[in-house]
Write a new protein. Structure first.
Length: 252
């Protein structure tokens, strides 16, 4: 287990069916000489947790395990509900803990080590929610990303502003064995085909932390969000992927 960060996530989420080049140009307009690059599309797996009453779903908070191809284990993320004093993009606390596969399997004993899980339990306790958190939905995402990266191109934390296009398939895990997902990234089709639903969306996220540019990056995010909100075909959204998946699967 390794704590990675306890920070703020600021992102503008939207749906758009037009030419992505329009969005990339919007990003380029705030780069101010910093390199704007893209990497090959990559697969991302998520396993979202909730209690039996789906209280995290209802409050807009999330607890998820995430697996990227380049990671040997998983990252456990807790995201608090968005702050209500920000109207142009989502602004919330995000806590990230890197965990090994065997540590991630600790969910069966109601304990994945690290600050992210502890924060989720503290949030549930503060709101008198049921504290038994179990896997609720599984997402597989094909992600394309563009990033303004002023530092080392190989340093994934050296981002200023990122644009992501996510094509998501959500799976109902009723009757599934989540330990297979965590250990092997596998779904069990031996008894039935799991229900699924697909959706797509975009998000632009600010960072700038490593170069002490956080305030400037947030201003750039606000500028891009305003421009895109006025762009024909862009529809801002406030739901998170867990909420959208639960809606489409009918598991909320």
């Amino acid at each position: 287990m390794k704590e990675q960060s306890d920070d703020r996530e600021r992102e503008f989420k939207f749906e758009y069916g037009g030419d992505p080049a329009v969005l990339v140009e919007g990003l380029r307009s705030v780069a101010l000489g910093r390199p704007l690059i893209t990497f090959p599309p990559r697969a991302v797996m998520d396993l979202y947790f909730d209690n039996g009453d789906r209280d995290l779903l209802a409050t807009g908070s999330t607890l998820r395990l995430r697996k990227r191809r380049i990671n040997p284990g998983w990252t456990l993320n807790f995201k608090a509900p968005p702050l209500t004093d920000e109207a142009e993009f989502l602004d919330r606390r995000e806590v990230i803990t890197r965990v090994k596969v065997d540590e991630a399997l600790g969910y069966r004993d109601r304990r994945i080590p690290g600050l992210a899980w502890d924060c989720a339990l503290a949030f549930a306790r503060a709101h008198a929610f049921d504290e038994v958190l179990r896997p609720a939905v599984h997402l597989v995402t094909w992600r394309t990303g563009w990033t303004i990266r002023p530092g080392d191109l190989g340093n994934r934390q050296s981002n200023y502003l990122c644009l992501f296009h996510d094509q998501v398939t959500a799976y109902d895990i009723t009757g599934q064995r989540p330990e297979l997902i965590i250990r092997y990234g596998a779904l069990d089709y031996s008894s039935a085909v799991p229900g699924s639903a697909s959706f797509a969306g975009y998000e632009i996220e600010s960072s700038g932390r490593l170069e002490n540019e956080e305030a400037e990056a947030v201003r750039a995010l606000r500028t891009v969000a305003r421009r895109l909100t006025a762009e024909p075909g862009v529809r801002p959204v406030t739901y998170n992927k867990y909420q959208r998946a639960a809606e489409l699967l009918g598991t909320g």
